[in-house]
Design a protein. Sequence first.
Length: 73
Amino acid sequence: MRYVLKASEVKLAGPLQLCLDPDPAPQAAASSVASAPATIRIAETHPEYALMEVTCSCGKITYVRCEYAPAPA
């Protein structure tokens, strides 16, 4: 099961690079979209940010860009 973590649940101890999901969730057919669960996956990853693809249970897809905090000097 996948879910979005709340900020209070995340602790970073150093640099982090997110990996692309090698097996994205299959696209549901239009007739069964309403009963499909919401999904989230990493669509792209870059040194400065990751692009998350959020698919609503209604079928709408939204992209969220998550920028990494700059490394402390």
